[in-house]
Design a protein around this ligand. Structure first.
Ligand code: PLP
Length: 395
């Protein structure tokens, strides 16, 4: 318990702002603080910086279409991934007002899943596509659920807990066959794996700055050119009237820079991150009995592993890991005073005894082999200690 150096393996929760991003943002607080909507040059000139950031984000997601003024118009800046998700689904329900049906997967992030539950309360029929024990989407059930009454299908590109990657292009193609719009929550994918919206059938896509080394409080919604849209936030004319509110200038510029950085040698970075993730997974599973990796091992994000440690609570594991300076997440959440496995693990049918002890490790480009080896060295004793306590309690 002596080494308190922080080992941050919770990058699906949030990431460090890259130093280059921070530097790019710095002038926009105390020096270039004008309002981009102003007539005077002090404010107005900042609009071109926002457009540059839009071009950078568009490049990252391959949204190459421009308007007749040579401007990228398919990226709308928002305040976060949650806002983008909510906007996409609510907009679709408004533009297709005669259709009411919504389809989403059973493993969506609460930014989509809780909206689904809320829409149900407001009288919308919402269907949840089930997954199998590896978290793979039941495509047959999806095809059975969809019909011409469906307004919007929202299927996440990658799951935040398991890292599973979903066949969103195929899902979009099926949605279009029935005249429905298709949205994907790509908050965990953008910046991590390649994306090319120019060749895609996806109508709307959400991303979030703080998952790709930009600051918290900025996100974007990709809206394919020609897709009908109804703004949710009404007010001024910002973002071409599609998202009112004075722009979060510094953060938008930060997101642009982060997008540029994410594109640089993505494949090389992924090879390194995946090697570290695999080393961690192997090291833990080989040295700790009764462990299990959840998810679709062959088809997941390179930075994520969700490991179940049988017969102990994830929260206790996290607390002990914290004493060693190791940060990760658990697959459980505290609801009404008791720990409940996440709806994702429940949807996968994972028995509670093992789901309770699920820990998500999510890496970034800043992790080192030394850190991974430290975790591999310390975890067996942590788990053994907690299992002993839990056996003591049971006897
Ligand atoms: N969607 C997914 C898959 C996420 O992982 C998250 C955040 O963890 C969100 C949406 C919400 O993003 P934000 O925190 O930017 O609102």
């Amino acid at each position: 318990m002596t080494d308190k150096k922080l080992i941050y393996l919770d990058n699906n929760a949030t990431t460090a702002v890259a130093p280059e991003v921070f530097e790019a943002m710095r002038p926009y607080f105390c020096e270039q603080y004008g309002n981009p909507g102003s007539i005077h040059a002090f404010g107005g000139s900042i609009m071109s910086k926002i457009e540059h950031a839009r071009a950078q984000v568009s490049a990252l997601i391959g949204a190459t279409r421009k308007d007749r003024h040579d401007k990228f118009t398919e990226v709308i800046f928002t305040s976060c991934g949650t806002e983008s998700d909510n906007t996409a689904i609510n907009s679709a329900l408004q533009v297709c007002h005669k259709k009411k049906k919504v389809i989403m997967s059973a493993v969506e992030h609460p930014a989509v899943f809780s909206l689904g539950k809320d829409l149900e309360k407001r009288g919308y029929p919402v269907s949840y596509v089930p997954v199998d024990s590896h978290g793979a989407l039941d495509m047959e059930r999806y095809e059975e659920m969809i019909d011409t009454e469906t307004a919007i299908v929202s299927i996440m590109w990658a799951n935040n807990e398991t890292g599973n990657i979903y066949p969103v292009e195929k899902c979009a193609e099926i949605a279009h066959r029935y005249g429905a719009l298709f949205h994907t929550d790509a908050v965990q994918t953008i910046g991590k794996i390649p994306c090319n919206m120019a060749d895609s059938q996806i109508d709307m896509l959400s991303l979030s700055g703080h998952k790709l080394h930009a600051p918290k409080g900025v996100g974007a919604l990709y809206l394919r050119r020609g897709v009908r849209f109804r703004p949710v936030q009404i007010g001024g004319h910002q973002e071409r009237g599609r998202r009112a509110g004075t722009e979060n200038v510094a953060s938008i510029i930060g997101l642009g820079k982060a997008a540029e950085l994410a594109m640089r040698s993505m494949e090389e970075k992924n090879t390194r991150i995946k090697a570290l993730r695999d080393r961690l997974e192997r090291g833990l599973c080989e040295n700790i009995p009764k462990t299990k990796v959840f998810g679709d091992i062959k088809n997941r994000l390179p930075n994520t592993t969700l490991i179940g440690f049988e017969s102990i609570e994830g929260e206790s594991i996290l607390m002990m890991m914290d004493c060693f300076g190791i940060c990760a997440s658990s697959g459980s959440a505290c609801t009404t005073g008791s720990l409940e496995p996440s709806h994702v693990l429940r949807a996968m049918g994972i028995p509670d005894a093992i789901a309770h002890g699920a820990i998500r490790f999510s890496l970034s480009v800043y992790n080192t082999q030394e850190e991974i080896d430290f975790v591999i060295k310390e975890m067996p004793a942590i788990i053994a200690h907690l299992r002993k306590i839990s056996e003591g309690i049971e006897h």
